[in-house]
Ligand binder design. Structure first.
Ligand code: SAM
Length: 412
């Protein structure tokens, strides 16, 4: 694999357009409070290894904190910048390696440092740099969001990954580009080593962007949660809670605090009573968290920024199946709506009138991108059923979701 920087990190295939709500400072504050600790107020925040930058662009333009971040993949940084182009304020987006960025003389002390799906994909040297950065730059009382692949869940994959890397390497030397080499390696291994079929079948369903970044970097180090805590102890942070109610054996997303301060139950209850919950919009919308104590009602600038970012996300949804959120100024974060709903929003934004026309547009885009809709986990195959599904979705969108999105300042 080409490796111009010598760090063994895949560059030739960009990552996916994921959004990670756990990096919304309001989510973090709510979870930390639920766990019985005092969450920090967040003025300065930083995201490391932001990928396509959907989270960074949204949080840095429609939230209340000043965000910055780095990712050494120039194409990733460009994607992130184009999402929040013309937003004011907007996050500071660097295309620097961690080593370069950590050495900047102009970094503030951060109240919140966030990294999603980075820790397990970097070298031990880079992990040590990261720990040192947290030690130096996370202010006392500040929070860290960290997600990582863990053991024992990924134990079987360690062996499969070695085999896949070997095979993809051979295919690349025979002239195949990385994406095709990965696909071929999975098919070959599945044929030759049936004992891995469960893992390999699940890999076949994933995009090449995901597979390349997840498994084909030089570094891939799933760790026991206890080992992560030992490395991070040097930075003075302790784990306070998981984002998930039931942490899995393969992946964890966690909040950590520097100098954690436990709240007595009266203060905790008083603070929790200020937490309002607001149901998003329609069936697929997630539960949102609004915290009047910490957040402020969306400012005009944040509303304007949300319209701008959402314009970019809707344009992206026209040519790529990955985006599924829109920026929501009321929560300072992204609102999960699903790709098909984004297509309906996009049709409306292009001036098409009414649910029937929006459904037609969505159907054309699905066909153009070779996609079939999925209804409660079942792929819809027949043309007539696709049509019915999209019409129903468009009518539901018009009646329920759209008014809600307008009230929240997500769409105009
Ligand atoms: C698996 S991807 C996760 C991307 C993003 N956080 C997400 O979850 O959508 C890891 C990201 O870290 C970046 N990265 C890895 N090592 C880095 C380093 N040493 N300096 C800067 N960025 C790095 C990669 O370019 C990539 O975008």
């Amino acid at each position: 694999m080409p490796d111009p920087r010598g760090d063994g990190y895949v560059d030739e295939i960009p990552y996916t357009h994921g959004y990670h709500a756990a990096m919304n400072p309001r989510r973090m504050q709510w979870a930390v409070l639920q766990a019985g600790y005092r969450p920090p107020e967040v003025r300065n925040a930083c995201e490391l290894g932001f990928g396509r930058g959907v989270s960074l662009a949204i949080h840095g333009s429609v939230g209340t904190a000043a965000w910055q971040g780095t990712d050494f993949n120039a194409e990733h940084a460009q994607s992130a910048r184009s999402l929040c182009e013309a937003c004011e304020p907007q996050p500071r987006i660097y295309a620097e390696s961690f080593a370069e960025y950590f050495a900047r003389p102009d970094l503030p002390d951060f109240d919140f440092i966030a990294l999603h799906a980075v820790w397990s994909w970097i070298s031990p040297e880079n992990r040590a740099r990261l720990v040192n950065f947290i030690r130096q730059r996370l202010r006392p009382g500040g929070a860290l969001y960290l997600s990582y692949n863990c053991l024992p869940g990924w134990q079987p994959m360690l062996e499969v990954r070695e085999r896949l890397i070997e095979r993809a390497g051979v295919a690349q030397r025979d002239g195949l580009p990385l994406g095709a080499a990965i696909r071929q390696a999975i098919v070959e291994l599945d044929r030759l080593e049936p004992q891995y079929d469960v893992i390999l079948h699940s890999l076949k369903k994933r995009s090449v962007g995901y597979l390349a970044h997840e498994f084909f970097n030089r570094d891939w180090h799933p760790m026991e949660p206890a080992a992560v805590a030992t490395e991070l102890a040097v930075a003075g942070v302790t784990r306070v809670c998981s984002v998930e109610k039931q942490p899995s054996i393969t992946f964890r997303s966690e909040y950590w605090l520097r100098d954690a301060s436990a709240l007595d139950s009266t203060t905790q209850q008083a603070d929790l009573s200020r937490v309002e919950t607001l149901d998003g919009s329609g069936v697929s919308a997630e539960r949102l968290v609004l915290q009047p104590g910490w957040g402020s009602p969306a400012l005009h600038a944040q509303q304007v920024n949300a319209q701008r970012i959402n314009g970019q996300l809707l344009a992206l949804a026209e040519r790529c199946v990955e985006p599924s959120v829109l920026a929501c100024p009321a929560t300072g974060g992204g609102l999960e709506l699903g790709w098909v709903t984004l297509l309906l929003c996009s049709a409306r934004r292009q001036g098409l009138e009414g649910p029937e026309a929006w459904a037609d547009h969505a159907q054309q885009r699905l066909a153009a991108l070779g996609q079939r809709p999925i209804d409660r986990g079942v792929v819809i195959d027949s043309g007539a059923m696709v049509r019915r599904f999209l019409r129903e979705a468009a009518h539901r969108f018009a009646a329920q979701t759209l008014p809600r999105l307008q009230a929240l300042g997500v769409l105009d």
